[in-house]
Ligand binder design. Structure first.
Ligand SMILES: C[S@@+](CC[C@H](N)C(=O)[O-])C[C@H]1O[C@@H](n2cnc3c(N)ncnc32)[C@H](O)[C@@H]1O
Length: 181
């Protein structure tokens, strides 16, 4: 069986552009699963500091073939076992097959990291998750899209006449969804 979470494949330019456009010069960014550092290098040109964690030595080695900017710390490690470094306010998790979304989200929030830029929940496009935002129980959503802290997403069906454009655009941040383990 393939462990998709451990598969290294770079993402497309629109995904990287969405990440880069969400960053500010004062940010301290944690890149979880940084691959060959291609995005970490571009982020480092914009932000204060980038800490890049990658588990696969051969993949990280490619990214170290030429010198790194001084504001990148590239670390060969298993992100599941690391403490979030102090000062990190933005994390990047580009891992469409991530099975550990909840674990990372909770660990980052506990460390005070506010933003998570990720494609792990919706699987395609990038979203900017406010890790410190208020969440409602899944059962409080009567109609519309939801995204759960466990990493699952979906749509709660309801009366068609109530499905306005506004309702369709709204994503409810929830906990205790039917797929929560
Ligand atoms: C889909 S790739 C994306 C790489 C990079 N972010 C990019 O866009 O080019 C996901 C990366 O996460 C790494 N990864 C998966 N699980 C990890 C873990 N527990 N700790 C550190 N890196 C991990 C994989 O080795 C892989 O390089």
């Amino acid at each position: 069986m393939i462990d998709w979470e451990l598969t290294w494949s770079p993402y497309d330019e629109p995904t990287y552009a969405a990440v880069l456009s969400a960053l500010r010069p004062t940010d301290v960014v944690l890149d979880i699963g940084a691959g060959d550092l291609r995005l970490a290098r571009r982020m480092a040109a914009i932000v204060q500091r980038v800490i890049a964690w990658e588990i696969q030595p051969d993949v990280l080695k490619r990214g170290l073939e030429w010198s790194l900017p001084t504001n990148i710390a590239a670390i060969l490690t298993d992100a599941r076992h690391e403490l979030v470094p102090p000062g990190v306010n933005v994390a990047v998790l580009l891992m469409r097959h991530c099975t550990t979304f909840r674990f990372y989200a909770e660990k980052l929030a506990a460390a005070g990291c506010r933003w998570l830029l990720t494609n792990a929940r919706w699987g395609l496009g990038l979203e900017k998750v406010d890790l410190l935002a208020e969440r409602v129980p899944y059962t409080a959503v009567s109609l519309g899209w939801f995204a759960c802290c466990c990493g699952h997403t979906g749509f709660v069906p309801g009366p068609a006449e109530e499905l306005t454009e506004e309702v369709e655009k709204l994503i409810h941040e929830v906990y205790d969804c039917p797929k929560c383990g």
